[in-house]
Ligand binder design. Structure first.
Ligand SMILES: O=C(NCCCOc1c(-c2ccc(O)c(O)c2)oc2cc(O)cc(O)c2c1=O)[C@@H]1CCCN1C(=O)/C=C/c1ccc(O)c(O)c1
Ligand SMILES: [Ca+2]
Length: 474
């Protein structure tokens, strides 16, 4: 029950943050399906409070469970799910179950629903004050009750111990499952009681076979529990019995190492020995919509070279279910998505080199990243073997005899003969280029009969990674 139900030959999730439903449908058909992505985490589906300067986090202040947001209408959402499933790309909804909005004068939502937030009245659900915890501020992360039963930055806190509230949340999620959704990101799960969440999960429908899921497939649930391994009262270990958990320590350690604060050689035992949750319980990532704004230690597209190295490592390593972030460019941390003068989100423009414009970064369209998704598909089912390192920041490893990857984060060249575990032949390095029309557009690597090859990554190379696999062999 912790299986994302990706289609065979598809792997890795991409978070198309703030994309509109129609644009996601097109991206599934034109790019994500053909490139073998497994699924898309979409922005929240439920109607949200309209906040005057349209900060990105207005979508995390629900007003109702009506499927009307700046990403599109109910019909557009249903159409997107069908079109993506048809090309083997799953949809995961970002579900906000913990709270409704904060206080706002004359509050109205993206679907024009009204609410009297000061009296905790949300008639479009309906919720009244009795369905919420008595307003108190979350001000003590060493008190598990305070963290669950009080308000996160003034957001009105629902009481999920009530049958009435549970059923509203279950109905919302089951309606999404019934139109073909594969699962959910559970926002702010740390702020809800695991027991209540498990009751809610137990009432969710099986996935729809007419959308290509196997019979009796359970929705894939991945819970946001921000726990970097510190000493807070609430821990990620409370949440991984019945569903997956988003592994923040994974993100923290990767950024820490690729920023040069820890040697890559220590990744030889990357996994539970680092205090991570079990691989099958972990949704893993490098950055997310919040950490890229709020956590200066976390790598983002703004640190391009070492960011790509961290993402390549995540995709090359078998641990967890990886999620690639796809961002819009931002200068200030509250800034919302690219939009026109009337507050409508702009569609990404696709340039002739297949990259995005119009303020959209589209990391998922960077060659080094989508080629590593393909690498991950190709080596699926193999383990890490033949680990090599130089005692510092040059590492390499095989994935079975299907793939080989090398990293150079030292301030001097990597230039040595290494075992690649691959059959003899010529391979295209899928970081510096691709295999296109029978030729390598980047480096070519010659693997000898004994499986060894000359591996070169100069310190000043565009990318500090080299990757070859049996799907990119001349
Ligand atoms: O300064 C801010 N927030 C105070 C810091 C607390 O951060 C928040 C956390 C949060 C932060 C750290 C934790 O350890 C933790 O357990 C929770 O989770 C949220 C989840 C939501 O659905 C909506 C929110 O407004 C928040 C939030 O404000 C700005 C202004 C309001 C929104 N916001 C933000 O910074 C919004 C952040 C945000 C929004 C959505 C998310 O899914 C998220 O993880 C963070
Ligand atoms: Ca709560």
């Amino acid at each position: 029950h912790k299986d994302p139900h990706f289609k065979p030959g598809h792997d890795a999730m991409v978070h198309l943050f703030e994309w509109k439903w129609n644009d996601i449908a097109k991206e599934c058909e034109q790019f994500l399906g053909p490139m073998g992505f497994g699924g898309v985490q979409v922005s929240p589906l439920q109607e949200n409070l309209v906040i005057n300067n349209r900060p990105w986090w207005e979508r995390y202040q629900p007003i109702s469970y009506i499927w009307t947001t700046r990403s599109g209408s109910r019909e557009e959402f249903i159409n997107m799910v069908a079109r993506c499933n048809k090309v083997g790309v799953r949809i995961y909804v970002d579900a906000i179950l913990n709270h409704m909005s904060g206080n706002w004068q004359n509050a109205h939502g993206t679907g024009n629903s009204r609410a009297d937030t000061n009296s905790l009245s949300y008639p479009a659900v309906p919720y009244t004050a009795q369905n919420f915890h008595k307003p108190c501020a979350i001000n003590n992360y060493n008190d598990a009750v305070n963290v669950r039963n009080c308000e996160l930055t003034g957001l009105h806190d629902l009481d999920q111990s009530q049958e009435y509230v549970r059923n509203k949340l279950v109905d919302f999620m089951n309606a999404a499952i019934d139109v073909g959704v594969a699962g959910f990101r559970i926002d702010a799960a740390k702020h809800m009681w695991p027991a209540d969440l498990n009751v809610i999960y137990s009432r969710l429908h099986n996935l729809k076979t007419e959308h290509g899921f196997p019979a009796n497939a359970r929705p894939y649930i991945f819970q946001e529990v921000i726990d970097y391994g510190g000493k807070e009262a609430v821990s990620k270990h409370e949440y991984n019995s019945n569903a997956a958990v988003i592994e923040f320590k994974y993100a923290g350690e990767l950024s820490n190492a690729f920023r040069g604060n820890n040697l890559l050689k220590w990744f030889v035992n990357w996994g539970e020995k680092w205090g991570l949750l079990p691989s099958g319980d972990s949704l893993v990532f490098v950055d997310n919509h919040d950490t890229q704004r709020d956590n200066p230690q976390i790598l983002t597209y703004k640190n391009a070279k070492i960011y790509k190295m961290a993402v390549a490592f995540m995709l090359a390593h078998p641990f967890g279910t990886p999620r690639v972030m796809s961002s819009f460019d931002f200068q200030s941390k509250d800034q919302g998505p690219p939009q026109d003068g009337n507050g409508n989100i702009n569609s990404p423009t696709i340039k002739d080199d297949n990259s995005c414009g119009g303020g959209w970064i589209c990391e998922h369209r960077w060659r080094q990243i989508y080629n590593m998704v393909r690498f991950r598909n190709t080596v699926k089912g193999t383990d890490v073997n033949n680990w090599w390192d130089n005692g510092s920041n040059q590492i390499a490893f095989c994935r079975g005899n299907a793939g080989f990857v090398a990293f150079n984060a030292d301030q001097y060249d990597l230039n040595t003969n290494l075992k690649t575990c691959l059959p003899a032949g010529q391979y295209c390095d899928v970081i510096s280029g691709s295999l296109q029309n029978g030729k390598c557009t980047g480096k070519t690597v010659n693997v000898q009969q004994n499986g060894e090859a000359r591996i070169e990554i100069p310190k000043g190379a565009d990318d500090g990674v080299l990757a070859i696999h049996v799907g990119a062999k001349l």
